[in-house]
Write a protein that binds this ligand. Structure first.
Ligand SMILES: [Fe+2]
Ligand SMILES: [Fe+2]
Length: 475
């Protein structure tokens, strides 16, 4: 494929994507596999375009973001999770990235694959950097250099927290994916998920606004996975809000992560079908809570934990009036876990764009709609707590102001005043996207003139603006 028509600022993102493809195809295929060959060819193509004019191509992670040749990579919706996975990939190998020298242009595809395989393998070595350097020398790969991970001493505690939260989010995404894939072969364990749940609960205890902001991440390819992580975060925040114990919260997080595990057993055609499902397809869809429970029962986990995390996933499509599915005769009411999951699950689903729906609900629309079903679909008290916790304009939502400006809800400094958040204005970045502008607190505007005070007029769904608010959140 030719890259001539691609804008230079998009090349960096393409490079990371191609890199990612080699990393993954090389894990399962031989060098002569077509997929491996194609991804290497593409990678090589992009590298050559970038090194035109005889410049090196440093690919470096700095404060959680990729920089290619010193240019920060634009986050685009399509490659969002890929970029984050690659940030993790380097970080797990104690690297800040690699520098491809000009001489990379003359390197054979086989050498590139060999290099990527070495990178893949380096995770097994205690000192990945030293081990890799020795391997590069042994192979005479003088066209690439490694960047050892640097401690960022100037990073403020706030930035560190953001990075920790983002790390936890993508770690969660990978964990759900891994367990889902392994569970279909029957060998998955939950140790990682448990440790992760502890981290998430700690983060929620520290500052739930950060995780609520992250829970607005949406990804179409992997919807089931991002959905599961978001549900886990929302449920955990709600659990914390209503004062549940640490241990209970950890179970809630694990339940959220695995609640849709059974969807792995439902075909993509049904999951992604446009328009109405046939009766038969609905039947299959409705089986996912039960399939999920069966998968959880087969997980390699202590018996006591397993028994505690099956009820929530079993119940998550049951309403408090016991309508919904799966039909059950032995239960008279839902468990607390099930009720919390039900709220988090429906809220997340309503605010996501789905193929079968013309547009997603804005957070305020979703909350209003859910409120109209209180006592029937949802436990009234818990739903009330959820709305109080989120605010009508939840953290991470985009709002229109009376001044015509557009803002992103960042946090509610006063927990009891949920109509007055801190807003950051969004403005045109000149590249077809939006960037953060001035931030201000609606509660403490120093403008006495009531006519020029800013206030929220309504919510806007972020997909209409073509952005992911979560990206602006963690920057
Ligand atoms: Fe579900
Ligand atoms: Fe779900």
């Amino acid at each position: 494929m030719s890259n001539q028509r691609i804008q230079p600022e998009l090349l960096g993102g393409r490079l990371i994507k191609a890199f990612y493809q080699i990393v993954n195809t090389a894990r399962i295929h031989q060098d002569n596999n077509q997929l491996v060959k194609e991804s290497v060819a593409q990678f090589h193509d992009i590298l050559s375009s970038l090194s035109e004019g005889n410049s090196d191509v440093p690919v470096q992670v700095w404060r959680g973001r990729f920089h290619v040749q010193g240019e920060k990579i634009l986050y685009q919706r399509e490659i969002f999770s890929i970029i984050n996975e690659m940030v993790e990939y380097f970080s797990n190998r104690n690297l800040d990235g690699v520098n491809f020298l000009v001489s990379v242009k003359g390197v054979s595809p086989e050498d590139i694959v060999t290099f990527v395989r070495l990178l893949n393998d380096s995770i097994r070595h205690d000192n990945a950097y030293e081990w890799l350097n020795a391997q590069l020398k042994a192979n005479e790969f003088s066209w690439v250099e490694l960047y050892l991970k640097q401690e960022d001493t100037e990073q403020s505690p706030d930035m560190r927290r953001k990075e920790k939260a983002r790390h936890a989010y993508f770690h969660a995404l990978n964990t759900v994916k891994e367990v889902a894939e392994k569970a279909s072969k029957g060998i998955a364990g939950v140790r990682k998920a448990r440790r992760l749940a502890q981290t998430i609960v700690d983060l929620v205890e520290e500052d739930n606004s950060l995780l609520l902001g992250l829970s607005t991440i949406r990804d179409y390819d992997d919807y089931t996975y991002t959905h599961s992580v978001n549900v886990a975060l929302l449920a955990t925040c709600l659990g914390r809000y209503v004062g549940l114990s640490q241990v209970f919260l950890e179970h809630l997080t694990v339940c959220g992560l695995f609640h849709d595990l059974g969807k792995v057993g439902v075909s993509k055609e049904i999951l992604l079908k446009r328009g109405q499902l046939s009766a038969d397809e609905w039947d299959k869809m409705r089986r996912h809570p039960l399939i999920g429970v069966r998968k959880i029962l087969r997980l390699n986990a202590p018996h006591s934990l397993r028994s505690r995390i099956i009820l929530g996933p079993f119940e998550h499509h049951l309403n408090v009036d016991m309508t919904g599915y799966p039909k059950t005769h032995f239960m008279k009411k839902l468990s607390l876990l099930g009720k919390i999951l039900r709220i988090a699950d429906v809220y997340e689903a309503l605010t996501s764009e789905r193929v079968y729906r013309p547009r997603a609900f804005t957070p305020d629309e979703a909350l209003r709609r859910m409120w109209s079903e209180r006592g029937k679909s949802f436990d009234t008290l818990l739903l009330k707590s959820f709305i109080n916790m989120m605010g009508i304009y939840p953290i991470g939502s985009i709002v229109e102001l009376n001044t015509g400006e557009i803002g992103l809800v960042m946090e509610y400094p006063d927990e009891s005043e949920k109509s007055l958040p801190v807003i950051v204005l969004l403005k045109d970045d000149g590249k077809g996207g939006l960037e953060k502008g001035e931030a201000f607190n609606l509660a403490t505007q120093d403008n006495d003139d009531t006519f020029s005070r800013k206030s929220i007029v309504g919510g806007i769904h972020f997909s209409r603006l073509g952005i992911q608010p979560s990206l602006l959140f963690v920057q």
